[in-house]
Every structure is written in structure tokens, then in C-alpha cells.
Design a protein around this ligand. Structure first.
Ligand code: NAD
Length: 247
């Protein structure tokens, strides 16, 4: 049997990158998966790939910054699968911008998606997760939620908030059947890095002790563990998957 047999997982941002890798691995390990994303076409492709491999998945439209959108998406998961055991708050955006250059508009967009999106996800899904009695939440923060760097002020702020929301959530739900854990990816090869210059890419690789960026599956394996019953005593944990960057 798969490591997630009997689980029902909602994965935000599951149409691309780390979310896609998690959706495919979760489904391969026996979970029924709902992918919530703004990218309908790419989401449908991921669902088709999961089904072709014998797994169970559906796509629902989701804008994580909207409470109405979250309510509809969680309801669509329940009507398809009857329960929710696992929430992966993975959707996120990145854009550069230091304290001098970042606009208020850019700041607010980053906070709305990366920070408010995680709060709304946990809030909206909490009733169904509590009802399942054996649930977990996996939040995707970033190494940049732990350390600073010049030129990405709003991203750092949003991801640090995700870190502390995970700790607060772990304590709020500790006696109520929901574990809450956080993954901190270093630099992983996904479309989110599309705008990085070759020089920036080389500088990042030089900064990583293991000498290279990671693959989406590296994040998916950490997420799989946290979502599985193997992690039944693990809550409030922080797992860095970063080639030794934070060591
Ligand atoms: P990605 O761009 O490949 O995937 C992000 C997904 O989120 C996309 O499918 C996108 O459509 C979706 N999304 C964006 N805005 C949304 C919204 N408002 N509502 C719903 N979905 C939305 O990027 P990725 O690298 O896979 O990123 C996944 C997560 O991992 C993000 O939270 C990102 O900050 C985090 N992360 C990535 C890296 C990395 O190096 N790739 C490093 C640290 C953290």
C-alpha cells in the first residue's frame, strides 16, 4: 500500500513546479488529490498525467488571496472525496525588489498571495481537517523566510510570516488532530526562477554548499513524509531542503 493510502490532499499551486511534484508523488502514494491553482490548463495537464498513472486527482480553480475562492475550492474537494486530511499551502509568487525599489502595490500583492493566502487556506480548510480527526498541514515557506538577502524585501517578509504561522498553527491544533509543519526550500529548478539571469544563477549555485540547485522531487519527498502517518508525532517541525545552504 502507498504511504498516503486513505489520505485526501488539497494542494494549492499544484499546477506547476513544487506543487506539481507533490501532487504527482502524493497520488502515486495513494492519496486522492485536489489541485487548486489559477492556471487551469496546466492544472488539467497534471490531473491527466496523474490519472494516466492510475492515480486520483481533480483540478479546481483557486486564487489563494480570495476567501470566496478558498470556500468554493474546499467545498469542491469535499463533494468529490467526502473529507480532507491534508492541506499543502504551496502556491506562491516571487518578484525582486529591495526596500528602495519595491512598490507598495508589489508589496501588497506578495503579502496577499504568499502570506494571506496561507492564512486563508488554513482557516478555510480547518473545519474539514478537524472533522477528519487525523490531519496535517504542510506549509511551503522558503530559505528566504529564515535568512535575509538584498533585493527581495516583500518575499522575505511574506515567507517569514509563513514560518511563524506554522508554529502558531502547530500549537493551536496540537490537541485537536492537526499537525502543522513547514518546509523551507533553498533554490529549486522550477518556473518561478524564469527571470533569474545566468549570472544570478551562477552566484546562487556558488553559495550552495552542495554546489547545485535542487529538483522539485526533493521537496516532494520531504512533504510526503510530513503528510504521512510516519510523521504522526511531528508538529511544528521545520525542514530545510536546500543543499546545506542553511547549515
Ligand atoms: P511555480 O511558479 O512553478 O509554481 C507556483 C504555482 O502557484 C503556479 O502553478 C501558480 O499558478 C500558482 N499560483 C500563483 N499565484 C496563485 C494564486 N493567487 N492562487 C493560486 N495559485 C497561484 O513556483 P514553485 O517554485 O513551484 O513555487 C512553489 C512554492 O515554493 C512557492 O510558495 C514558492 O515561494 C516556494 N519556493 C520555491 C523555491 C524555488 O526555488 N523554486 C524556493 C523557495 C520557496
Amino acid at each position: 500500500a502507498g504511504r498516503l493510502e486513505g489520505k485526501v490532499a488539497f494542494i494549492s499551486g499544484g499546477a506547476s513546479g513544487l506543487g506539481e511534484a507533490q501532487a504527482k508523488l502524493y497520488a502515486a502514494e495513494g492519496a486522492s488529490v485536489t489541485i487548486g491553482d489559477i492556471q487551469q490548463d496546466k492544472g488539467a495537464q497534471v490531473v491527466a498525467a496523474i490519472e494516466a498513472a492510475g492515480g486520483t486527482a481533480q483540478f479546481v480553480e483557486l486564487d489563494v488571496s480570495s476567501p470566496e475562492s478558498w470556500a468554493n475550492a474546499v467545498a469542491a474537494n469535499t463533494s468529490a472525496y467526502g473529507k480532507l486530511t491534508t492541506l499543502v499551502n504551496n502556491a506562491g509568487i516571487f518578484h525582486p525588489g529591495g526596500i528602495v525599489d519595491e512598490t507598495l502595490e508589489g508589496w501588497q500583492k506578495m503579502i496577499a498571495i504568499n502570506q494571506t493566502g496561507v492564512f486563508l487556506g488554513m482557516k478555510t480548510a480547518s473545519a474539514a481537517l478537524l472533522a477528519s480527526g487525523n490531519a496535517s498541514i504542510v506549509n511551503i515557506s522558503s530559505l528566504f523566510g529564515l535568512i535575509g538577502s538584498p533585493g527581495a524585501i516583500s518575499y522575505h517578509a511574506s515567507k517569514a510570516a509563513v514560518r511563524v504561522m506554522g508554529k502558531a498553527g502547530a500549537l493551536e491544533f496540537a490537541k485537536r488532530g492537526i499537525r502543522v509543519n513547514t518546509i523551507f526550500p533553498g533554490q529549486i529548478k522550477t518556473p518561478i526562477l524564469a527571470d533569474i539571469t545566468p549570472e544570478q544563477d551562477a552566484a546562487i549555485k556558488a553559495a550552495i554548499p552542495m554546489g547545485d540547485t535542487g529538483d522539485p522531487i526533493d521537496i516532494a519527498y520531504a512533504s510526503l513524509y510530513l503528510a504521512s502517518d510516519e510523521a504522526k508525532y511531528v508538529s511544528g517541525a521545520e525542514i530545510w531542503v536546500d543543499g546545506g545552504w542553511y547549515a
